[in-house]
Design a protein around this ligand. Sequence first.
Ligand SMILES: [Zn+2]
Length: 341
Amino acid sequence: MLDAWLDITLDSETFDSEPNASQRGRVPGGRYHIIAPGVLELVPDRRVSDSTVSVISAGIHGDETAPIELLGDVLARLEAGLYPLGAPVLLILGNPPAIKQATRYVDTNLNRLFKRDVSGNSDEHRRARLLMQEVEAFFDRHDPERNRPRLHYDLHTAIRTSRYPRFAVEPFAAAPTLAEQWQLLAGAGIQAVLSQHTHSWTFSHFSRHYLGAQGFTLELGQVAPFGANDLAPLVPMRKLLEALLAGRPARQTPAESMAFFTVVDELIRESSQFELCFPDDTANFTAFAPGTVLARDAKAGVYRVPDNTPLCVVFPNARVETGARAALLVHPVAPPAIPQP
Ligand SMILES: [Zn+2]
């Protein structure tokens, strides 16, 4: 049944293979439909009024397994009748071949290809085009009037340890984040928020920028193989995802319980001779004092923290492709002003 969907998806050989024959079925409160490999639509028999139309994706990076296990739990608990389906939800396994190979990607990083005019013919390029098409069609099917905010959570885990193991990345886009979203994320155990300062062609940015959704990349701990994840810290997040499927309200706590950061700069790898000048095991959000040398690049030269502003490093990875981002540089900001009821 449904929890087999994960296995079936990971058994298929390529992105293009036919979905398994058991493409449709029933779940408590509604039905499911596998509309493409790794793309599962859940449709309630009766939609709860004021419920949210949501996209939940995982496995855009193939070695980030905790969110996949989390989705497996959410589906198993739905099938077991622990809650009924009450809202339309699209579940996505982003990069099945990479998940099978336990690698971040096969040809290129999928999470920078979500741009409408993206060209390229790798498996990942074709996958990005398919996912963009399916997400847009899903929102148009279930939310043509945009009566309620559209929602997309793209679930990841980070390569490094982190001063905040669970944090949200708010993509840069015209659509502002609603106060309710901050409170829901805080209620789901998110500890920090990182606001992007420029367009970055990730999956959650796609939903926010092109489709007006409340799109977030959620980092839920650290990369580990299947079976080695501790899902206990993710129970509040599981409850939020289940509330979305059920169409029920979820726990909200004040946004101020999270630390807020904004991106001020980024380190780009511009040549084959590139190095980050801090240890490999530096945790995300580690702060560096003004004047500290952070990177050396044969083409771009030395990057030094500017005067007067300590900077924190997030997502450092010297082994990115040339031309790609090797780290974000961020600093703390005040939480967004949220009108009190
Ligand atoms: Zn990731």
